[in-house]
Ligand binder design. Structure first.
Ligand code: GLY
Ligand code: MN
Length: 340
């Protein structure tokens, strides 16, 4: 299968290196990474199983390779390529059929190797440590701080104070702001008795962690699963989300579709009368990308298999009032979902 890739994580998966200006080319058994002179020294030190080509015109170098090998068919992921790059290639290579295959790199990566699972396990462990560090900050200095400052402190804690990249910009939301599943930080100030939602992750050797906890802010508060809110409505929602999260993890099995696992969580919240407030899917795969296959949604016909890693993250969001989400990463191992 001849193919080209442009996405950085797809490149890293293929050859152990990526830059923001590079193309990976696989023609038969030969492979190349084409990048520009800013990156070639590092590329040559890190690329495995492919030859590094230095070029200021990446598309020109790609065309030369394709012409030189007499390539007539080439797979590409249309989500990775700009219309203008494809037009240039097609215009100058009329004898090559460019065959769109959306997500083909993600499909290759859907089942993780034991080495990848070990990296994801370590990322998850470091992510938990980041939450514990942030909890300590909250306990000592969190009260009367604005969400924006808490957001900054969450980034510092999750990164191990500069040791790790983050998987995504953390979500740190107080009370009504948490009703927006991906809230941006505001000037609202944290007070005792508030609800606080924190969704954050880091990257360990490029593999992402992802975790969410929601807590009741009081002295000695921690990101424990058991939380006691002063509002009965919030407590009811919290208990439903927790039950949905636990049920999906306990009952997920290899061979189930993403849709079936989504139902395991969603049924709990629907039966509790709050189904309309669970406004997103139950989970998503995690790996080099923070969101990848398999998707755990009502539309997902993908069957989960041994070695797949994904999140379970049900939530309830009542606009103007509060939002709750509990999220963990799991791996399918021995036919069941194990929390990483
Ligand atoms: N943790 C962010 C998300 O999964 O969308
Ligand atoms: Mn997530």
């Amino acid at each position: 299968m001849n193919y080209i890739l442009r996405d950085e994580n797809a490149l890293y998966y293929e050859c152990g290196y990526s830059s923001d200006n590079a193309i990976f080319v696989s023609l038969g058994s030969e492979k190349w990474l084409i990048t520009d002179s800013r990156y070639t020294v590092e590329a040559k030190e890190n690329v495995k199983g492919a030859e590094v080509i230095e070029a200021s015109d990446l598309l020109g170098a790609l065309r030369a390779l394709l012409r030189g090998r007499g390539t007539t068919k080439l797979l590409f992921d249309p989500k990775e390529w700009s219309v203008s790059a494809l037009d240039t290639l097609r215009g100058k290579l009329p004898h090559v059929r460019f065959l769109p295959r959306p997500d083909f790199s993600h499909r290759k990566r859907i089942v993780k190797s034991p080495e990848e699972i070990a990296l994801l396990r370590q990322a998850a462990e470091l992510g938990r440590e980041g939450f514990a560090t942030f909890a300590k900050y909250l306990g000592l200095f969190g009260l009367d701080r604005r969400e924006k400052r808490l957001h900054f402190e969450a980034k510092a804690a999750m990164s191990g104070y500069g040791e790790y990249d983050l998987s995504f910009d953390p979500i740190v939301a107080i009370g009504p702001n948490a009703a927006k599943p991906h809230a941006l930080p505001t000037d609202v100030v944290l007070k005792e008795g508030d609800l606080l939602l924190v969704d954050a992750g880091l990257k360990y050797r490029r593999y992402c962690s992802d975790r969410t906890r929601t807590l009741f802010v009081k002295e000695g508060a921690a990101f424990d699963d058991e939380q006691h809110f002063s509002s009965p409505k919030i407590q009811k929602a919290y208990d439903l989300v927790r039950k949905a999260h636990d049920r999906a993890i306990e009952q997920a099995r290899a061979g189930m579709t993403g849709a079936r696992i989504d139902r395991l969580a969603r049924e709990v919240i629907e039966k509790g009368g709050m189904g309309e407030f669970f406004v997103h899917s139950t989970g998503h795969g995690v790996g080099l990308d923070i969101h990848e296959m398999p998707y755990i949604s009502a539309r997902s016909g993908t069957r989960v298999e041994e070695g797949m890693v994904f999140t379970i993250e049900p939530g309830i969001y009542i606009p103007g009032e509060f939002g709750i989400r509990i999220e963990d990463m799991v791996v399918i191992s021995g036919g069941r979902a194990e929390i990483l």
